[in-house]
Design a protein around this ligand. Structure first.
Ligand code: SF4
Length: 277
């Protein structure tokens, strides 16, 4: 793992990694956050922090309101920079912070915004979970393949997660087996579908029934894009359109004349003679 950066760059590092807003305080939980979706850092690096985001990016709660405040964005960028530049140092700082008495028995929501954007980063979190068995961790994630490979075979006992719809890996989810969260237009739509809302407490996403309904943020522009659909339905439409376009492209390609090299004794058909003329 990379070594710590020289002191001048370390000075930009966040002194506290975990934060707590009023919602989290009510349920005894703390947040760890990264920039939502993608970011360009001051040094020019472009980083996708939600590499499997799909339609969710068009109605992302974390790209709106207080999340856009410069001080909040700067904190999230500093968190990400720490992880990218010194994963071992970040892991050590997180372990030190989590050893404080106030975190014993508490919940840590990994990613108020952002996602497990790489294997090494997810593996670092798994080591942290194992090393702090007296702390509880939970997360929403769209990194289905990464979790299937790295988490599902041997998950830490103190780490719970829910797969969330609206990502490019939705098709890999099985709502008959997986714990899944879907964003619905409103609470009524959740109830009508027979899913369980997590509105009373975010912890219900991992402690309540397996089919988790999340009411959409009542942001007019987002609701307009959602157009009465669930994230899963919206993403399925986008995926179907993309598949149809791919099939159309393939069909068009198949109508083009072949460029396959001819053998020396190949006798041209009349059409090939016309094309060659
Ligand atoms: S995965 Fe979450 S934080 Fe990332 S773009 Fe989608 S809704 Fe936003």
């Amino acid at each position: 793992m990379p070594a710590s950066l020289p002191g001048s760059q370390n000075a930009d590092r966040p002194t506290r990694l975990l934060t707590q807003n009023s919602e989290m305080r009510k349920i005894g939980a703390w947040n760890w956050s990264l920039p939502a979706l993608a970011v360009r850092l001051a040094d020019g690096r472009a980083v996708k922090t939600c590499p499997s985001a799909g339609v969710c990016a068009q109605a992302c709660y974390a790209r709106h309101g207080t999340y856009t405040w410069p001080v909040v964005q700067a904190k999230h960028r500093a968190n990400l920079t720490f992880v990218l530049d010194d994963l071992a140092g970040w892991e050590s700082s997180m372990l030190t912070e989590l050893s404080a008495a106030k975190f014993h028995g508490a919940w840590i929501r990994i990613h108020d915004s952002g996602d497990f954007f790489s294997d090494p980063y997810l593996l670092a979190w798994l080591r942290i979970c194992h090393a702090r068995p007296d702390v509880n961790f939970y997360a929403y994630t769209k990194e289905v393949d990464r979790f299937r490979r790295l988490v599902e075979p041997n998950p830490p006992a103190n780490f719970l997660w829910v797969y969330s719809y609206g990502g490019t890996q939705d098709a890999a989810l099985d709502p008959g087996v997986d714990r899944v969260a879907d964003v619905f237009p409103d609470a009524q739509a959740i109830a009508s579908a027979g899913w369980a809302s997590q509105e009373a407490s975010d912890l219900l996403a991992v402690l309540g029934p397996r089919l988790v309904g999340v009411p959409a943020n009542q942001i007019p522009a987002y609701l307009k894009r959602l157009a009465g659909r669930r994230f899963s339905e919206w993403q399925a439409e986008v995926d179907a359109e993309r598949t149809a376009r791919r099939h159309l492209r393939l069909a068009v390609d198949n109508t083009r004349p072949t460029t396959k090299p001819r053998t020396p004794d190949h006798v041209q058909t009349p059409i090939e003679q016309q094309e060659a003329a």
